[in-house]
Design a protein around this ligand. Structure first.
Ligand SMILES: [Zn+2]
Length: 305
C-alpha cells in the first residue's frame, strides 16, 4: 500500500466536469435516482387528492447543528416548542387533520412531553437526524450510527417506532439511501424528482424505499427566514405564501395527485402566520374528495396499490 502523496502532481489533478468520460457523470447521476412512479389511479374511498402536511420540529437544533451557542437564537428555537406547537396542534385538532412531525433526537430529548402529546393526538413522528447535523457530509459510520440512534431515541421518547425519515440536510450523502434501506424504513421525504411518490433506485437497482417528495416551494422557511448579520432577508408577506401554497394545492387537486407541505413550528407558529395554515386547510376542505393523511399512511397506500 503506497502512502497518499501530499503534493498532487499537475498531471494527476482531477479532470474538469467538461472533460469527464460518460461513465463518470453517468455514475454520479445514477447513484440515487427516481424509479417507477407510485402515483395511484385513485386514492382511498374514491378520494381524488391526498394531502400530507408536515412539520419539521427543529426547535433549538437549528442553532446547535453548527455548534452555535447564541442564547437569542436558542430562544427562537424554544418558541417553536413553547408557542408554535400548541397553536399547530390546536388547529389540527379543530379540523381533524393528521400530520407528520419530523423531530431531531435532541429536540425530542429537550421536549419529550411534546412528542408524547403529538403521538397521542394521532400524528406521525419521523426521523430528522440526531442534532440536525449535516448528514450529507458525514462519514458513513457516523451517519449510520446517528440515524439508528435517532430512531431508537424517538421510539423511547414517543413510544412509536419511526417508519420514515426526512434528512436534516434535505440531501443525501452517497451512503444515506443504503442506510435507510438497511434500517428497513418504509420511506424518505427529502428529495425532489417528482410531485408524486416514487421508488428510489440505488445504482440503478430498486430499493423498495418510497420517496414522498418535498420541494422548497412548499416550505415556509424559504419565505420567512432571515439572518440579522447577513443579507438574508427574503421577507414575503403571509398572503403571498398562502397564494403559493394554495396554487400548489389547486394544481395537485386538478391532477388528482399528492399535495405535500413542509412547515416549521418556530416559523409558521407565529401569530401573523398561523392564518396561512388555517386559510389553507379551510380552502382544501372546501373541496370534495380530499384524503388528509400522515406521510406513512400515504406511503403504505401507494406501495400497496
Ligand atoms: Zn429541519
Amino acid at each position: 500500500m503506497s502512502a497518499r502523496p501530499t503534493i498532487v502532481p499537475k498531471s494527476e489533478e482531477p479532470e474538469q466536469p467538461w472533460q469527464w468520460p460518460e461513465a463518470r457523470w453517468r455514475g454520479i447521476v445514477e447513484r440515487v435516482r427516481a424509479g417507477r412512479t407510485l402515483r395511484p389511479e385513485t386514492w382511498p374511498n374514491g378520494t381524488r387528492c391526498a394531502v400530507a402536511l408536515s412539520f419539521d420540529s427543529d426547535h433549538e437544533t437549528g442553532e446547535l447543528r453548527e455548534g452555535g451557542e447564541s442564547i437569542g437564537r436558542l430562544s427562537q428555537g424554544q418558541y417553536g416548542s413553547r408557542a408554535g406547537i400548541p397553536r399547530i396542534l390546536k388547529l389540527l385538532e379543530k379540523y381533524s387533520v393528521p400530520a407528520t412531525f419530523y423531530v431531531p433526537a435532541v429536540s425530542a430529548m429537550l421536549h419529550p412531553d411534546e412528542q408524547r402529546r403529538v403521538a397521542a393526538e394521532g400524528h406521525e413522528i419521523g426521523i430528522h437526524g440526531w442534532i440536525h447535523e449535516r448528514n450529507s457530509i458525514l462519514p458513513e459510520a457516523s451517519e449510520r450510527d446517528l440515524q439508528m440512534r435517532s430512531a431508537e431515541m424517538l421510539e423511547r421518547v414517543a413510544g412509536q417506532r419511526p417508519v420514515g425519515i426526512r434528512t436534516p440536510s434535505w440531501d443525501f450523502s452517497p451512503n444515506t439511501l443504503a442506510i435507510t434501506r438497511d434500517m428497513g424504513l418504509l420511506y424518505d421525504s427529502s428529495l425532489m424528482a417528482d410531485d408524486d411518490c416514487y421508488e428510489l433506485l440505488l445504482d440503478g437497482k430498486p430499493t423498495g424505499v418510497v420517496e414522498l417528495p418535498v420541494e422548497w416551494i412548499r416550505d415556509d422557511a424559504v419565505y420567512f427566514n432571515m439572518n440579522r448579520f447577513a443579507s438574508l432577508r427574503p421577507y414575503t408577506p403571509p398572503s403571498s405564501v398562502l397564494e403559493i401554497f394554495r396554487r400548489e394545492f389547486d394544481a395537485a387537486y386538478a391532477e388528482g395527485g399528492l399535495y405535500q407541505l413542509t412547515m416549521h413550528p418556530h416559523i409558521i407558529g407565529h401569530r401573523s402566520r398561523m392564518m396561512i395554515l388555517e386559510e389553507l386547510i379551510r380552502h382544501i376542505r372546501a373541496h370534495t374528495g380530499i384524503w388528509f393523511a400522515t406521510h406513512a399512511d400515504i406511503v403504505r397506500y401507494v406501495k400497496g396499490s
